[in-house]
Design a protein around this ligand. Sequence first.
Ligand code: HEC
Length: 183
Amino acid sequence: MRIYPNFIATLSLAGALSISATLPTAATQTRDRDALQKTLLATTTGDKAAGRAIFDKVCASCHKLGDAGKEIGPDLTTIAATRKRPEIIESLLWPSRVIADQYQPVLIQTKDGDIFSGLVMKENARAVTLVTAEHPETPVEILKSKIQERQKSTVSAMPENLLDAYTPDQIAGLIALLLSGGK
Ligand code: HEC
């Protein structure tokens, strides 16, 4: 019956490979963000109404700004007090470069071979509940008895490509809105 441990070893090797294969996919670059960063740094004003439309559509599922939005990521209402414009631009274009400790994402592989990446929302002796970037509105509960491996993830729970569909002017509007605390 030596086949059984071999089978387990193969499974965990395959698991390790698929975990590392997941990371570059999450970071796939579909737009020249360095050029966009330069444009945004040079644009100091923006149309806040255009920014509000983007916020409501793509940010409010995870962030609060004034009264609107959810608190999966940090509350952005007072971001102007703690972050300068260039830092905000970097957070928007490359969310994984700086990840605050309390938003440290984890990567969990289950014994069934499923892989989840997200923020721990709740945890007890029985299960871990994760909020994932793909479906922040539907947290996933994973039983601890089903967990094969758990590690820190270097990929932020904030998706990288959120602003790919928007023009620099629209994004400048979003930044202006953030810097004004949503007003
Ligand atoms: C799926 C959830 C999610 C979505 C959608 C999302 N974010 Fe985030 N965001 C996070 C999390 C989690 C963090 C903290 C971890 C990090 O910094 O990467 C964060 C961090 C940030 C920060 C840095 C905050 C700080 O204090 O340094 C900014 C700014 C920000 N988000 C703005 C936005 C904007 C604007 C949008 C919409 C275009 C957006 N986020 C969409 C989850 C999200």
